[in-house]
Design a protein around this ligand. Structure first.
Ligand code: ACO
Length: 397
């Protein structure tokens, strides 16, 4: 028999899977995803049905608690979130410490982490009442501080949640209402936002969600874990892609609109440029969310009467890429981020807030995954490595 203790540092016993392309990190009941067939379901409900028939708070409840809420439960959920939307006034001192030019994702990550200082009591995950309150608190406070990152960058006074408005409508109020007069969001806009947030609500073990689970696996609190998720989401290969897509489309537009030139750059292996909003680690046929978003972008722009040349460039780029052997052979299709930025732009959301929008949408997924991980009593996440550095060296100066 092999004496395992003698082999404990032998790399032969370790599975090496950089980027975890084929490693499952957990069992989960939250999201089902089939990358070959382009299927996405939350708790068994298809993303197409949810985007068409539901709203963001209902989907949040479903993702976090596992079942669709009754009308009464949904009403109560909204009420309970409302109770927690006041953010400690001292948090404003923290915001004031940032330069106006700070990226909203950096500010959001810091503020989310700072919430821990003002809400230090750790949640007993086995107590369903405490867990429910932690969920409502996180949903309430995160929305408010997310919008404060924008208000700060504009030098505007920070707004408070309006108890007469719904959750998604409050996002627009918190962002755009000025002391000079009330702000009334167009129902088309609220509807589009609801849909966008639903499409982002969860996506199984993506980079930011895995980060939330990993950080939470050390029994770090919910705010601290979510703050880490925000940082992970920020990168351009993940949630930051929605900002990068729009910057890329703007650059194409400002340099004469030659989409094919950028396609050629993306194919050039000596050029680090990638076509932003294309490709996905799991979807190798199409991203079902991109299909829904593309249709929504058309609807929103035509209903709001916005004629955006950027949309034409995006469509041209997509058509050319879908015909191109490089993209076809690598199964590179538009992902959720390719069209979302065009909608955000039409809604008046500034480009550097796009990834914050993604974070607001992904929040229920992060909470659900943290909750599931803790309820399942998962062990601390601690991958191994294969050491390829120096063998033992004699210490000599
Ligand atoms: N443009 C050009 N080539 C690409 C692109 C792209 N957008 N994406 C992948 N490729 C190429 C790679 O260069 C590689 O080519 P090779 O086989 O000749 O070396 C091949 O396709 C496979 O790419 P990988 O990087 O191995 O694929 P991976 O699964 O690791 O990456 C990722 C997926 C990160 C999404 C990648 O496609 C990418 O960088 N896309 C652009 C950024 C983006 O849109 N991110 C958002 C993802 S969705 C989300 O987070 C919500």
């Amino acid at each position: 028999a092999v004496d395992i203790s003698k082999l404990r540092d032998a790399s032969g016993l370790i599975t090496l899977d950089p980027g975890y392309k084929n490693s499952g990190s957990c069992k989960s009941e939250i999201t089902f995803l089939d990358g070959e067939l382009g299927i996405l379901r939350y708790r068994g409900y298809s993303i197409e049905d949810l985007a068409e028939k539901s709203n963001f708070l209902e989907v949040s409840y479903l993702v976090i608690f596992g079942e669709l809420p009754t009308a009464e439960q949904l009403h109560q959920f909204e009420e309970d979130i409302r109770k927690y939307t006041l953010v400690n006034e001292e948090m404003k001192n923290i915001i004031d410490g940032f330069p106006k030019t700070a990226h909203p994702m950096g500010v959001l990550s810091a503020l989310t982490s700072a919430l821990t200082a003002f809400n230090p009591k750790s949640v007993n995950v086995e107590n369903s009442k405490e867990m429910y309150e932690a969920v409502c608190k996180t949903m309430g406070k995160f929305l408010v501080i997310a919008t404060w990152t924008y208000r700060k960058s504009m030098g505007f006074p920070l707004n408070y949640y309006d108890n007469t408005k719904g959750y998604v409508e409050n996002f627009m109020h918190l962002m755009f209402e000025l002391p000079t007069g009330p702000y009334k969001a167009d129902p088309v806009v609220i509807n589009a936002l609801d849909k966008l947030f639903i499409l982002h609500a969860d996506h199984e073990q993506n980079c930011s969600t895995s980060t939330v689970r990993m950080v939470g696996s050390s029994h770090a609190g919910l705010f601290a874990s979510i703050s880490a998720g925000v940082s992970a989401l920020w990168g351009p290969l993940h949630g930051g892609a929605n900002q990068a897509v729009l910057e890329m489309l703007e650059e194409i537009a400002s340099t004469g609109g030659d989409a094919d030139k950028y396609l050629a750059k993306a194919k050039d292996k000596n050029d680090p440029f990638r076509l932003m909003g294309f490709g996905h680690r799991v979807y190798k046929n199409f991203d079902p969310r991109a299909k829904i978003i593309k249709k929504a972008a058309d609807e929103v722009l035509s209903t709001l009467g916005v004629h955006d040349p950027i949309l034409a460039i995006a469509k041209k780029l997509e058509e050319s890429a879908l015909e191109d052997e490089y993209f076809k052979s690598r199964n590179l299709y538009p992902n959720v981020d390719f069209y979302s930025g065009i909608i955000y732009r039409a809604l008046g959301i500034p480009t550097d807030m796009f990834t914050v929008m993604f974070a607001i949408g992904r929040l229920p997924g992060w909470i659900a995954q943290w909750k599931e991980m803790r309820e399942n009593k998962e062990p601390i996440g601690r991958p191994r490595q294969i050491y390829i550095g120096h063998p033992l060296r004699e210490f000599k100066r």
